[in-house]
Structure formats: structure tokens, C-alpha cells
Design a protein. Structure first.
Length: 297
């Protein structure tokens, strides 16, 4: 059966809820005659009356009462979907690990805001990777990864490179230690399970070792902060410590850099690839964080 006119259904809904053609016309900015014509169109479509006039106003016929819940639900769904679409055009939800959020995104986020003041950015900090973008509500993600999941678009930003750093206060005027002497100081681990120190020592030609007072952390950022406070030596990702090195709160103790199999990516679902807010953030992030300049368009 052919669907009735949408405008007529809208008029029916308002008239049914207000029990009055006159009040429905005031709500919809229509004359009472226009409301009556919409209802007549709808009744002609179904071939039966939907309203009966009573002393206190309009009442629904059994057929009108059966139609009302479906019409009310349909318009509620349309309104909710419209609100979501409108909200999505004004909002962008960005997921990042706590370290990337604090060391990459936050220091430069004002630049994006200045370019796109019409967008509200929600920065969601989550350590675990959600490959399907379903367990968290976000549109685009910064992620360290060694593999790629289907259905997602990956833009490589940079390799993960780790160098040893420490606060100048840790050495109290002594000469900076050689790699063989690192074991005389607490070694700070960026995570509880990473093999980075063992791999770095092997790369430096030294046997793995470390002070029994070593610490392990959940995030790179915590390990870097701990190192800047003189708690020991950590392996820090190069792109996250430029300000610390420039400000003198950290010293790089060796030029030997551990390049892991991991790389940093900007990731989003394929179905969001044409969303203007995602495109705007993607272009900005690639210009800000990629170690390879974007190709000229």
C-alpha cells in the first residue's frame, strides 16, 4: 500500500495529541481549514474516518487510535536521527592513549580549534584498542599498532623510536653514564610487560641489567614524568619529549634509538571517511604529527 503524505501524518499527530484542529493549527502555524484538509487527505487515503467530533473536542476513532502510536514512534525516531546527524556535524570524538593525548594532542589542539571553531572536540583517553570502534563512542583514533584491522582506514604518522633519557638532577654533576653504567640507576619501564629495555641493551651491545629499585608504569607519559623528576632512566618515544629536551628537564643519554615494529597511526572507520569533521581533523593531524609531509594536492 502506498504510504500517506508525511505532512498529513504530522498534522494528524498534533491534532490527535491536542484533540483540536484549532490548537493543532496554532502549533503548526496553519489555518484550521488547512488542518482539516490534511486530515481529509489522510482519511481519503485510508478510506475511513480518523476523528469524530464530540462536545469537548475531537476524539479518535478506533482506526485513528490504532494509527497514533505508530505515527508518534515514527516521528520520534526521525527526530532522534535528525538530532544525531546534526550533532555529528558539530562534534568530533577523538580517541587517544593518555600519553598521546597529553604529549601530542593537547599541546596543539588549540590550533585545530582556531581552524575549525564550529566543531566541538571530545578527547577520549583509552589505553586499549577497539578495532571495531563500537565499544566506545568516538570517530577517529590515534593508535600505536603493528597490524591492521579490516574496515578501518589507517594513516601512518611515524615509527615508534625510543631513546634513553633522564633528569640532569639524577647525576648531581657527575659525568653522564655510558650504556654499560645505566644499570647503576633505576630503570623506568614505560609498561609492565614491554621488552624495550632488553632490546635497547642488545642494540647497544650490552647485557640487560637494571637497578632493583626500578619502576614500571602503565603509560609512556608516566615514565617520562617520573624520569623528569629524577626517579631514574627511561626509554622515551622521541616524538613525545621534544619540549622536555628543549627545556632541559630531560637529557638524552645516547643517540642509539630503538626502532620497534610498532608505528603510530590515525585510524577511522571507512564509513566515516566522507564525514566533513573527520576529513578536517585528518588533514590537520597529518600535517601536525606525521614525520612525512603530506603530498601536495
Amino acid at each position: 500500500m502506498k504510504l500517506p503524505p508525511l505532512n498529513a501524518l504530522r498534522v494528524f499527530l498534533v491534532a490527535a495529541e491536542q484533540h483540536s484542529f484549532t490548537k493543532a493549527g496554532e502549533t503548526l502555524h496553519l489555518t484550521q481549514g488547512a488542518v482539516s484538509r490534511h486530515i481529509q487527505t489522510l482519511e481519503a487515503h485510508y478510506g475511513l474516518p480518523l476523528f469524530v467530533r464530540q462536545a469537548r473536542g475531537l476524539a479518535l476513532t478506533p482506526e485513528g487510535a490504532a494509527l497514533l502510536p505508530a505515527v508518534r514512534d515514527a516521528f520520534a525516531r526521525i527526530e532522534a536521527a535528525s538530532d544525531a546527524i546534526s550533532r555529528r556535524s558539530r562534534e568530533l570524538r577523538v580517541k587517544a592513549s593518555p600519553s598521546i593525548a597529553s604529549r601530542w594532542v593537547l599541546p596543539k589542539l588549540t590550533r585545530f580549534r582556531n581552524l575549525h571553531p564550529e566543531l566541538t572536540v571530545f578527547l577520549v583517553t583509552v589505553t586499549a584498542f577497539d578495532p571495531n570502534f563500537k565499544s566506545r563512542e568516538y570517530d577517529i583514533s590515534f593508535q600505536a599498532s603493528i597490524s591492521k584491522e579490516p574496515g578501518l582506514i589507517y594513516h601512518r604518522l611515524r615509527s615508534a623510536r625510543f631513546v634513553p633519557v633522564a633528569s640532569p638532577s639524577l647525576f648531581q654533576g657527575k659525568p653522564l653514564p655510558t650504556p654499560a653504567e645505566f644499570r647503576n640507576y633505576p630503570l623506568l619501564h614505560p609498561s609492565h610487560e614491554d621488552p624495550f629495555w632488553a632490546e635497547w641493551f642488545a642494540l647497544a651491545g650490552e647485557s640487560a641489567g637494571g637497578n632493583p629499585e626500578a619502576y614500571a608504569f602503565d603509560t609512556l607519559d608516566l615514565a617520562i614524568v617520573a624520569a623528569s623528576r629524577g626517579m631514574g632512566i627511561t626509554l622515551a618515544e622521541e616524538s613525545m619529549i621534544a619540549d622536555d629536551l628543549a627545556g632541559g628537564t630531560l637529557l638524552q643519554l645516547s643517540d642509539i634509538a630503538l626502532v620497534t615494529d610498532w608505528a603510530y597511526y590515525l585510524i577511522y572507520p571507512q564509513e566515516l571517511a566522507t564525514l566533513p569533521s573527520v576529513i578536517a581533523f585528518r588533514d590537520w593531524a597529518l600535517a601536525e604529527f606525521s614525520d612525512t609531509p603530506p603530498a601536495a594536492s
